[in-house]
Design a protein around this ligand. Structure first.
Ligand SMILES: Nc1ncnc2c1ncn2[C@@H]1O[C@H](COP(=O)(O)OP(=O)(O)O)[C@@H](O)[C@H]1O
Ligand SMILES: N[C@@H](CCC(=O)OP(=O)(O)O)C(=O)O
Length: 370
């Protein structure tokens, strides 16, 4: 069942704060070293490893005599500034014992959501891997403000896995697996594998357990698994001490099967890493055409437009009835051009305005379903 795990050549591993720190706050050197040993084993066996590590804020608490994760951004940034140095220092020392070099990569959401920056981030990670180093990625918490934050590293890890076209994403936390309910309850059972959303029906996916350390709980992990599997990347979710066994393809944790069709990197970027600049509201016929028949979007099926965007920007296509986004695409018109065209057929537009208006509002090659 887990052949994809044994075969994976490029692996992104994400570890949460709760797996790296002590209950009292501060870094737990033994847990960091144990993780390093498992990952170094992979790297020395010739596999490429990218580590996405949380823990900067948690590691900075004890040295700053802070008792719990601060609520205000400035103190979080200060804690991250202290903690990130300690974290990377510990990793560098640990990997060096195995003859491996690490490279620190601190990203803000902008770096992976803007097309140009996305390429820069890709180039740096690719070069580090080519040089045999282990990239260690985290959000650049010391400068990230509320508006530009990822907020959770599970999503960051899924985006990094897509960025480097990983063969496997491993999410390490303080629970052995996804359980059918709160893992502290006696009747909660391990969910061994997830093939699609139907396998998640009835699973109570909750927020973080140990107060003050982790951030998103299972919600952000399952969401990250969805993003990665949607890009064709299998995901294993398990506890950090089981990393070695999970990477050896043993039946531990929860295995999320990859989706069947793998979108191009360009469409993955469009779906998950772009910030839409506006919304096009689609009538039922247009929703059907785009979602079921995978057609381009024409002016005739659009009932309203909002947002300020230019041709080439990403926009969301929403169901005019429910307001729910159904797809995202790159629009061929500026926002101001669209209102006079809405509801009109392409033939009518071409006859009255000229052949330039025959173009689709969003071409099907520039569309990704959400
Ligand atoms: N259905 C569930 N299965 C497993 N864990 C769950 C579930 N619902 C909520 N959780 C909680 O999610 C926590 C892990 O999330 P979090 O603390 O954010 O971890 P990390 O720091 O590793 O990102 C677990 O400790 C657990 O209490
Ligand atoms: N970037 C932050 C971690 C954010 C985060 O997602 O934490 P976690 O839920 O422990 O993976 C830090 O290093 O403290």
């Amino acid at each position: 069942m887990r052949d994809a795990v044994s075969a994976a050549r490029r692996v992104v591993v994400k570890v949460g704060s709760s797996s790296l720190t002590t209950a009292a706050g501060g870094l737990d050197p033994q847990r960091v070293d144990a993780l390093v040993d498992a990952l170094a084993g992979l790297a020395t066996a010739g596999r490429e490893v990218v580590l996405v590590s949380s823990g900067a804020i948690a590691a900075g608490l004890a040295p700053l005599a802070l008792r719990r994760r601060p609520r205000d951004l400035a103190t979080q940034q200060a804690a991250a500034s202290v903690g990130q140095g300690l974290l990377i220092g510990r990793y560098a020392g640990g990997f060096a014992r195995h003859g491996l070099t690490v490279g620190q990569v601190l990203l803000t959401a902008d770096d992976v959501t803007r097309r140009g920056h996305y390429r820069n981030a890709y180039r740096t990670l690719r070069k580090l891997l080519d040089l045999g180093a282990v990239p260690i990625v985290n959000e650049n918490d010391t400068v990230a403000t509320e508006e530009i934050r990822f907020g959770d590293n599970d999503r960051l890890a899924a985006l990094v896995a897509g960025l480097v076209e990983a063969d496997l994403l491993v999410l390490l936390s303080d629970v052995e697996a996804l359980f059918t309910g709160d893992p502290a309850l006696p009747d909660s059972r391990r969910v061994a594998e997830v093939r699609d959303d139907a396998d998640l029906a009835g699973v109570a996916i909750g927020r973080a357990g140990r107060a003050g350390v982790g951030t998103g709980g299972m919600v952000t992990k399952v969401e990250a698994a969805r993003i990665a599997t949607g890009f064709g990347i299998p995901v294993v979710l398990t506890a950090a001490p089981l990393a070695g066994r999970a990477l050896a393809a043993e039946d531990v944790g929860t295995f999320f099967h990859p989706g069947l069709d793998r979108p191009t990197a360009r469409l993955f970027w469009l779906a998950h890493a772009t910030a839409p600049r506006g919304r096009l509201h689609l009538d039922p016929g247009a929703v059907q055409a785009v979602v079921v028949r995978r057609k381009s979007l024409l002016p005739a099926g659009i009932t309203a437009v909002d947002g300020v965007f230019s041709a080439g920007d990403a926009v969301d296509l929403v169901d005019a009835g429910s307001g729910a986004p159904v797809a995202r695409g790159l629009v061929n018109y500026d926002a101001v051009e669209l209102p006079p065209l809405l509801g009109r057929t392409t033939v009518d537009l071409a006859a009255t305005l000229g052949p330039g208006y025959e173009r689709e509002v969003v071409h099907r090659d520039d569309l990704v379903l959400l």
